[in-house]
Ligand binder design. Structure first.
Ligand SMILES: Nc1ncnc2c1ncn2[C@@H]1O[C@H](COP(=O)(O)OP(=O)(O)OP(=O)(O)O)[C@@H](O)[C@H]1O
Ligand SMILES: [Mg+2]
Length: 312
């Protein structure tokens, strides 16, 4: 499938973003001198230990929070110069948030909850409900459309919340551990839906603690103490071998620190975890190879050790 040149467009550009909380002795940095370029159509997974700044990063990208310093360009425009009214409009139309907690409105039915973001679309109510009905069908929730949120299980509520954040067809999806409290079948439904949305050319930035999900991503960023530790570009979907392809192909995994060449076939799954890229057999999940791509010295307390160790 040929993609148009819009694909190479940078839509999100963070330059030396810092987010500071507190002053003096209580001062701490949720993000520190954070640089990031996101191209249209990337599917980025963000990983890293609790408290390293992942949610802060998503909130800043999604215009829910402002950095303490640095520059954030969205579609080439400096977000500091965008009025709050325009930001709110952009958020409603172009950004889909999927949060860890689902925040459904308790006294509205499932279908009403899902159609809510379309209020801004200008569609008539009938059309809004039709669109909500369509996406609920996709999430296997149509038979529960007229339930109230309290009548659903936690996993079902999360799926409703995800349907709601996707109903307006946003071009940027920001997801904070969307599958964190779901069983593996529900996670699979969500991930397949995100994969479809990505295939349509949309940009996804998703936080996860689950390395198994990195196979869905085109780029995996590991954060540590408010900074990027590793930034690994995995293979493009279009380069991956298809089922039935007999040959092994050689793929190049780009890491900021060290690119890796891997031989894979259609039965191979590529998983990025921390600074390791491993390959596994899709059927039995048996590990086939494990390559270390970088090494970064950890910070001790607040002091940063600047020495860079060389790869052997
Ligand atoms: N409103 C706030 N006031 C003070 N500190 C805050 C505030 N919000 C976040 N922080 C701090 O900023 C750091 C980053 O928080 P953040 O929520 O982004 O982490 P996270 O990577 O999303 O963690 P988790 O995986 O647990 O969700 C943490 O140390 C947190 O305590
Ligand atoms: Mg978080």
């Amino acid at each position: 499938m040929s993609k148009d040149n819009k694909d190479n467009e940078t839509i999100i550009e963070l330059k030396a973003i810092t987010k500071r909380y507190g002053f003096g002795d209580a001062e701490s940095f949720a993000l520190h001198n954070f640089d990031l370029d996101v191209k249209r159509g990337e599917f980025i997974m963000i990983m890293g230990p609790s408290g390293c700044g992942k949610t802060t990063l998503l909130n800043i990208i999604g215009l829910l929070d402002k950095p303490t310093s640095g520059e954030y360009l969205l579609n080439g425009k400096n977000t500091e110069r965008i009025s709050s009214r325009r930001k709110a409009r952009f958020r409603a139309k172009e950004i889909g948030f999927i949060f860890q907690s689902f925040n459904l409105i308790p006294n509205l039915s499932v279908i009403e909850n899902v159609s809510l973001p379309l209020i801004y679309s200008g569609y008539h109510k009938t059309r809004r409900l039709k669109k909500a009905d369509d996406i609920l069908e996709h999430f296997h929730l149509r038979e529960r459309e007229y339930y109230m949120p309290y009548q659903l299980s936690g996993g079902q509520q999360q799926r409703v919340a995800i349907a709601r954040s996707l109903v307006s067809n946003p071009s940027i999806i920001l997801a904070d551990e969307p599958t964190g409290n779901l069983d593996s079948r529900s996670s699979h439904i969500i991930m397949e839906e995100l994969r479809d949305i990505h295939a349509q050319g949309n940009t996804i930035i998703m936080v996860t603690h689950n390395p198994a999900l990195t196979t869905y991503a085109t780029r995996v960023i590991n954060m540590l103490d408010g900074e990027i530790d590793t930034d690994i570009k995995t293979v493009d979907d279009s380069e991956l071998p298809r089922p039935g392809d007999p040959e092994k192909i050689s793929v190049r995994i780009l890491s900021k620190k060290r690119p890796v060449e891997l031989e894979i076939d259609s039965q191979t799954k590529v998983v990025v975890s921390g600074d390791h890229v491993t390959t596994e057999n899709k059927e039995n999940n048996k590990k086939a190879s494990d390559t270390k791509v970088s090494k970064k010295t950890r910070k001790e307390g607040k002091k940063k050790i600047k020495t860079k160790k060389k790869e052997s």
